[in-house]
Structures are given as C-alpha cells and as structure tokens.
Design a protein around this ligand. Sequence first.
Ligand SMILES: [Mn+2]
Length: 366
Amino acid sequence: MKIGIGLYRHMLSRDYYDFARQAGCTHAVIHLVDYFKSGVSNDRNNQPTGGKYTPWGVAGDPDRVWSAHEMSEIRKQMEDAGLVLAAIENLDPAIWHDILLDGPKRAHQIEQVKTIVRNMGEAGIPTLGYNFSIAGVTGRVSRPHGRGNAITMGMDGPADDEPIRNGTVWNMVYDQSATPTILPSITREELWERLTRFLTDILPVAEQAGVTLAAHPDDPPMPTIRQQPRLVYQPHMYQRLLDAVPSSSNALELCVGTTAEMTEGNVYDAVDQYSRQGKIVYIHLRNITGKVPNYRETFIDEGDVDMVRLLSILHKNQFNGVVIPDHTPQMTCSAPWHAGMAHTLGYIAAVLAVLRSADNATTRQA
Ligand SMILES: [Mn+2]
C-alpha cells in the first residue's frame, strides 16, 4: 500500500508537491475541477464545504476538455518533485450535468468524457475517480465541535432536505442563468439506469485507454438527499455498482469515513470484501464519530474507526493501491489544511511502519 495526498486544483504547484514528499507521500490524487470558483462560503484552506444547502462554486468551461498535453505536463512536474500521479478525482459538472440528469446534452457530454479518458491514457494517468450523484456532497454543517474546538464537518440531524435549484447539480452551479425552478425528483431505479448507461458507454473506452474508473460512495450516505435518490449509501450497494457492468476498469474509490457513517454493515467487512476482490484502486481515509444523519468528522487518531484494524485488513489483503487522507478537522494555525494533512499522514505512516515491522519479525522467526 502506498501513501498519497489529495490536491485541489489551486494546490497544483511545486510547494504543495514538496510538502507532500516531506510528509512521506510517494503518490498523489489531483482535482482538476475548481470547486472553489466563485463560491460564497468556501475557504481554500479547507475541503470544499459550501453552506448546508449552498453550492460549493461555479462549474468550469463546458467547451473545454482536459487535454493530454496539460495532464501530461502536470504528471511530469509532479514526477520532477518525486511524486507519482495516481489519479484524477471527479469530472467537472460543466461536462457532466446532463449525464447525471439525462438531459439534452448527454450524448455530447459522453463524448467529452470519452475524450478525457483517452487523453488520460495518453498522459499516463491510470485512474479517474467519480461520484455518480445528483445532489453531491451537501446537507452538511461546519461546527467547532472537534477535539480542541477544531472546526469540523458533519450532519446535525435529519436533513430538512431543501430541493436542488435548476442549474445546479452535484452541488455546483453549471448554469447561472437557469430559470429559477426546482429540479424534479427521480426514482432510485432511474438513477441506477443512468449510472449503468454511463458505465456501459465509458468502460470500453477506459479499458482500451488503460484507465480505471473508481467510484466514490454517496457522501453523506443518506438514502435520499435534497429530494434526490442516492446509489451507494450502504456498504453492499458498492457490489451492485461493480456487478452492473463487469469490467477490469470498473472499480472503487473507497471512502472509509463515508462507509463508517453508513447505518448498515461495518467498514471493516466492507474494506475486506472489496479489497479481496482487488476492486479498490484508492482509499479516502478519515475518521468520524456517529452515523448519518448524526455524525461528525474527527481527527484520524480518534473517532469510531479503529484505523490500526482497518489498515491491517488492507495490509493482510495485499492492497496495492494508494491511501490518501480524505479531509481533516481545521487545526488552529495559519495553515489549517497543511497541519491537518501532516498530522494524518504522520499517523498513517506510523501505522504502516508497525505493520511492516511485524512482517519482518515474522520473516525473521521463520
Ligand atoms: Mn471521501
């Protein structure tokens, strides 16, 4: 298992690459979508938050797909700094909205995603993380309820479920001049059909390009949010996604925090089940306390998840992918994001060092 970092668009620079290496990372997952663009309540020194029902920010240019050249330049700059670029996380709602909504631009946007996947193959980037969700990451609140009064994200009870405004999807605004109506609700089976169509269209191209699609579960994992259905809000639902369109390029971006917030099953069995199948490409690691709709994110070394047990399962199953810190509470200093990451990365490195040391001891005895 490899240690990585997740970098937002505005962090794609040498300082951040050096920081990651200094903190022990060999790999990185990057975001090319700028979630923070024109957002009203987004601190760039934090995960994108938005308000409880306020979108993160405004989507990018619908006519521009990420080119092989620009992605390959980023990969090379990261390699110069000593980092392997393991994945790009998330598609821009600007070219993704009508795939989620089954809108009039769907066919065009499917071609754009195919182009991105081919370009990624050409640029030598092996994984595309995605989250097939109409509401996206929303309905959460930010509170100073963490250890040492750290500001942390979570849910504060059953959502009052404000519907999504037209022109917004995946918690970002893709059409600022949309008529001010409400997005109609759809059924869960309709959303599964849309996901299956997406996978059926994209996976053959991904296989050929040598790119793996990696699905993030619904965060927060509620059965519905903002009057829209969710797909992967219990651990077993990931299996349905894998079985919907079997392919070597159909895999998971398993989020430990989100899985631990689910009301059924448990995160250890889920990680065991999917890592034994070799279906986890990379892991979002964070700790939490509680279950939806009452949970909050915590520091890595507290919370409900026994991280030593969790990482032991991955180690035992010879998980060969990348583990990245997901989010962390905001630490009180001039660089809350850096401090949170350094603390989490140090913790992960220490657990892995203990696991490897135990292996060496076993080998010496044998
Ligand atoms: Mn996550």
